[in-house]
Design a protein around this ligand. Structure first.
Ligand SMILES: Nc1ncnc2c1ncn2[C@@H]1O[C@H](COP(=O)(O)OP(=O)(O)OP(=O)(O)O)[C@@H](O)[C@H]1O
Ligand SMILES: [Mg+2]
Length: 361
């Protein structure tokens, strides 16, 4: 177990800066998930922690020790990659013990650790097979097993489940959660998957173009995002942003009217400074629309497409000005295609952002 601390970490490739000053404190035993759009620097940051990329400037400490120039094998961590990188000519058992044999560990100790990891990952029955004789999920477990036997202080995972089909992904996700509970090791995990991030993380780090946008528990980012980027990135389908204008303000209350449907007005508790006529964006999550007649305001939309998923349905709709929005409904859409729908809005579940995307509170 070890704390990991990043202070003013930067990475440049020639003139190109891809990590632009990252500060981050990861506590011992914490499960931290990095999310962000493709190319924002998640893998680069992970590889810098692992020692697979040089750190251009800043300080990395693991367990209180500065690690910038320490060899990857001496940092007390183990990394699991998206492509499992197993040795095809070795058995499961040999793959799992390889790093320990390479380090010159005694055979009895290697056997003990490999057997322990095999039990945790339920690989006992597969020890003599080669990677080519395993399913994707089994290969993934061997790759994790290979990391476990090294008894690292910190596990690094870079999109470990992205090559698996939907059902296996769910199983492996639960297995990784169980593993974390059992070993209580610090984990840093990169994923594109909303559900993995929300369910596995103690703490999510949202990255954008080499910078940290916001750090917080999954629910704090979901309920209380600092800006439109985080609000739009966390949650699936993503939050709707409806252009609006401030039409009244008094005593910590702000009233907005939608830009293209001014009859839809909503009053929100906002104490940040705003001006009359200011352009803002009203944020509302797809699941927060109410039935007609409910809530604090009504909103008419035209439905383009509706999808029934069994437990929920999604309406892909438009405002009068053509702005798209997605509505999630718990009940099924029944009967003929409905094109015009009136929805209720509740001020308590809406967020407000200024024209630059900063949250107004
Ligand atoms: N060796 C390199 N030379 C120059 N630029 C690089 C190099 N490696 C990565 N980059 C750039 O650094 C940026 C961050 O890349 P990185 O692989 O960390 O992104 P990522 O967030 O992991 O993306 P993805 O979600 O697609 O895996 C990208 O713009 C990428 O093109
Ligand atoms: Mg990556």
């Amino acid at each position: 177990m070890a704390d990991v601390s990043l202070a003013a970490i930067r990475k440049t490739y020639g003139a190109l800066e891809v990590i632009k000053g990252v500060d981050l404190e990861i506590k011992s035993g914490e499960f931290v998930v990095f999310v962000g759009p493709s190319g924002c620097g998640k893998s680069t940051l992970l590889r810098m922690i692992a020692g697979l990329e040089d750190i251009s400037s800043g300080t990395l400490t693991i367990g209180g020790q500065q690690m910038n120039d320490v060899d990857p094998s001496k940092r007390g961590l183990a990394m699991v990659f998206q492509t499992y990188a197993l040795y095809p000519h070795m058995t499961v058992e040999q793959n799992m013990g390889f790093a320990l044999r390479f380090a010159g560990m005694e055979k009895s100790e290697i056997d003990r650790r490999v057997a322990d990891a095999a039990k945790i990952l339920e690989l006992d029955a597969l020890m003599t097979r080669k990677p080519g004789q395993l399913s994707g999920g089994q290969r993934q477990r061997v790759a994790i097993g290979r990391a476990i036997v090294r008894q690292p202080d910190v596990f690094l995972f870079d999109e470990p489940l992205s090559n698996l089909d939907a059902e296996l992904r769910v199983n492996m996700r639960i297995e990784i959660a169980r593993l974390h509970k059992e070993l209580n090791t610090t984990i840093i995990y990169v994923t594109h998957d909303q559900v993995e991030a929300m369910t596995l993380a103690d703490k999510i780090v949202v990255l954008r173009a080499g910078k940290v946008e916001q750090v917080g528990t999954p629910l704090s980012l979901y309920d209380d995002p600092d800006n439109m980027f985080v609000a739009g990135f966390i949650g699936s389908p993503k939050m709707n942003f409806l252009p609006a204008t401030i039409v009244d303000r008094q005593n910590g209350q702000v009233t907005i009217a939608l830009a293209t449907q001014a009859e839809t007005k909503l009053t929100l508790p906002i104490s940040d400074a705003v001006t009359l006529g200011q352009n803002v964006n009203l944020g509302i999550r797809p699941e927060h629309f109410l039935a007609e007649g409910q809530g604090d305001a009504q909103l008419s939309v035209e439905v383009d497409v509706s999808e029934n998923l069994g437990s929920t349905s999604f309406l892909y709709a438009k405002l009068r000005g053509g702005e798209p929005l997605i509505v999630e409904q718990r009940q099924r859409q029944i009967g003929a295609r409905q094109t015009s729908v009136t929805l209720g809005l509740s001020a308590a579940t809406c967020l407000l952002f200024d024209a630059d995307g900063k949250r107004l509170k």
